[in-house]
Ligand binder design. Structure first.
Ligand SMILES: Cc1ncc(COP(=O)(O)O)c(C=O)c1O
Length: 381
């Protein structure tokens, strides 16, 4: 029998973190209030500051990413915007890559409004990073693998470039997940997740996570969240905590399925191009072998035929696989990035991304691999 160390209002110790809604707290004494606000004890004063259910999930995600601590917020985009707001100011240069999730482009327009200079490079032009880093570059931000073309950037190389000018390195680890990649151990300052995706894993919540390499980063980002109110509600936090329980098993199966699918598609005559860093032919393969473990993740992309109609017909014929955005969840999903995640990008920027009108992005789920292959096969006929 387990030793019962903590008596709780429930009489026994709950096996899962209870959902504590956004309640107001009565201050027990000025002394307790001081201890909480000075960070001497864990305690709660107001939901926008902190919430016990959310805090438990933060600690779990921090452990998974080998972080000092983690700040959870309302979405992946909220997490990224909190980082930009906290660490960029007018006159700073943000160095980033075309190959990042589409909404980052919209955020960059807002940053430019506030006087931030944004430099965009192609992910596979890493040799240009050294020249692009300027004296006023204060942040390098990348996704690896990237959305949607799963391009792999060398995190240690970017760290070296950031060090030349004392810039921060921020890595969006949504595609890789901590099962395959731990950017903080390779020199990233901050790691971001759309926890809506693989960490949550069931297509039923929205959340963002910022994993911090130091306590100072945690304090600064906590300050921003408290100021602007991007605190997550406890219900999605509870769903997220539940998702984390099966995270490793799901991530392993997704990567296994993605590899089987990539190998099948690579040999299919209707597939004119395939993007998956687990294939030896992929330009990201070597770097992926260096910095990813346990496989190469559940995300891949491929071009069907020659035209958008070819890709649309393929998607419409799928029976098991869903036509939907989002990723990293139990069900296998496909979408056409130019019609979804990149829809609001100006035409010339879409061209810079190298994403074609017939490119399909696929997020492998945890279904039986053969059933997925059968579905892809019949849809490509
Ligand atoms: C790599 C990546 N980062 C960030 C985001 C934004 O996450 P959210 O939808 O939770 O705001 C997404 C969304 O698809 C994504 O794919």
């Amino acid at each position: 029998m387990r030793e019962q160390k903590h008596l709780t209002p429930y009489g026994n110790k709950p096996m899962v973190t209870p959902i504590v809604s956004a309640v107001n707290y009565e201050y027990v004494s000025f002394e307790i209030l001081r201890q909480i606000t000075d960070g001497e004890i864990d305690g709660y004063t107001y939901h926008r500051d902190d919430n016990p259910t959310v805090r438990m999930v933060e600690k779990k995600i921090a452990e998974m990413e080998k972080a000092q601590d983690c700040v959870i917020c309302t979405s992946g985009m909220a997490a990224l915007t909190m980082i930009f707001l906290t660490y960029l100011k007018a006159g700073d240069n943000l160095l980033t890559f075309h190959d990042v999730y589409g909404a980052n482009y919209k955020v960059s327009l807002i940053l430019e409004k506030f006087g931030v200079d944004v430099t965009w490079l192609n992910a596979y032009d890493q040799d240009k990073v050294a020249d692009a880093v300027k004296d006023n570059t204060t942040m390098i931000f990348c996704e690896t693998p990237s959305n949607p073309l799963v391009k792999v950037l060398d995190i240690e190389y970017l760290r070296k470039q950031a060090n030349r000018v004392g810039a921060r390195l921020v890595v969006d680890n949504t595609f890789a997940t901590p099962y395959h990649q731990l950017p903080l151990t390779m020199g990233a300052d901050l790691v971001v997740h759309s926890a809506t995706k693989g960490l949550g894993g069931h297509n039923d919540l929205m959340a963002g996570a910022i994993c911090c390499s130091t306590k100072e980063y945690y304090d600064e980002l906590w300050f921003t969240r408290q100021a602007i109110g991007t605190t997550l509600d406890p219900f999605p936090a509870s769903l997220l905590e539940r998702g984390l329980k099966t995270f490793d098993i799901r991530a392993a199966k997704m990567a296994e399925n993605a590899m089987v699918i990539a190998e099948f598609l690579a040999d299919h005559p209707k597939v004119t191009k395939i993007y998956y860093p687990g294939l030896k032919s992929d330009p990201g393969y070597e770097t992926a072998c260096k910095q990813m473990t346990n496989g190469f993740g559940g995300m891949l992309a491929f071009d069907v035929g020659q035209t958008q109609d070819d890709a649309k017909k393929f998607v419409e014929k799928l029976k098991l696989i869903y036509h939907a955005v989002s990723l990293g969840c139990t069900e296998t999903l496909v979408c056409l990035p130019v019609l979804t995640t990149m829809l609001y990008l100006p035409e010339e920027r879409r061209t810079m991304f190298d994403v074609r009108n017939n490119t399909v992005r696929l997020s492998a789920g945890i279904e039986d691999a053969q059933a997925l292959i059968d579905d892809l096969k019949q849809a490509l006929e």
